[in-house]
Design a protein around this ligand. Structure first.
Ligand SMILES: [Zn+2]
Length: 229
């Protein structure tokens, strides 16, 4: 009679008990079996695929300062600071991150969106701060392309940021006219983090601690979304 050899693989201490039971049953059935311990990768690291790529776009830059706050702080600098923090958070979550700009340089919206294509990104997130003539205007909002299936994600994202920093939730708004959303070719959102024209929110936007809270909230939502793709 030909002997069947059975390999029982175990990857953790808890699994080992089950493996031993299995081995005993195989022995009783007259089969030659042995147990081998294998290394199991943490669930977030998928061995058969490379990590998801996210494009993080810091709005404005270079000759384009974006909105300017009452103290002279420029939106482009706030956006870049939050974008760098977001990059760090996403790398911690196991993603590969491509920035549309690493420093104070100008890039047209269509070129930023094209970056998502170029790197085969799963998601594109653009960081901005809001501004209005009325300095009372306040809160966070997200902008999404109604041609994409991102409305719920935009609502989740705006809620997460509003809760993380304790500011007004202005909701998720459909925008068909924005090249950066239209041309990304992958799911894309813009987050208008807070109003740089509102003195209170301007203070919030320059605070490292608050920038970090915003970045973490965005990273968490993006990670939840990408994990389901
Ligand atoms: Zn902007």
């Amino acid at each position: 009679m030909k002997m069947h050899r059975v390999l029982v693989q175990v990857g953790s201490f808890r699994d080992r008990k089950n493996a031993e039971k299995c081995w005993q049953r195989l022995q009783q059935a007259g089969k030659l079996a042995w147990i081998e311990t294998v290394e199991i990768l943490p669930p977030t690291i998928r061995s058969n695929q490379s990590p998801a790529r996210i494009v993080v776009d810091a709005g404005h830059g270079g000759k384009d300062p974006g909105a300017v706050g009452h103290t002279g702080i420029k939106e482009k600098d706030i956006n870049l600071a939050i974008a760098h923090r977001l990059k760090g958070c996403l790398i911690d979550h196991g993603y590969r991150v491509v920035m549309t700009r690493e420093g104070d340089s100008f890039k047209a919206p269509a070129a930023r969106a094209a970056e998502a294509h170029r790197v085969g990104a799963q998601f594109f997130i653009s960081i901005h701060a809001n501004a209005h003539q009325n300095r009372q205007a306040n809160g966070v909002e997200t902008l999404y392309n109604p041609a994409q299936n991102t409305k719920t994600l935009a609502e989740t994202l705006v809620r997460a940021v509003a809760e993380a920093v304790g500011i007004f939730n202005r909701g998720a708004k459909p925008r068909e006219d924005l090249a950066v959303l239209r041309k990304a070719g992958v799911p894309a959102l813009i987050v208008e983090t807070a109003f740089i024209s509102n003195p209170e929110e301007e203070r919030l936007l320059v605070a490292a601690e608050e920038q970090e809270k915003i970045a973490r909230a965005i990273a968490r939502v993006v990670d939840d979304y990408c994990a389901r793709l």
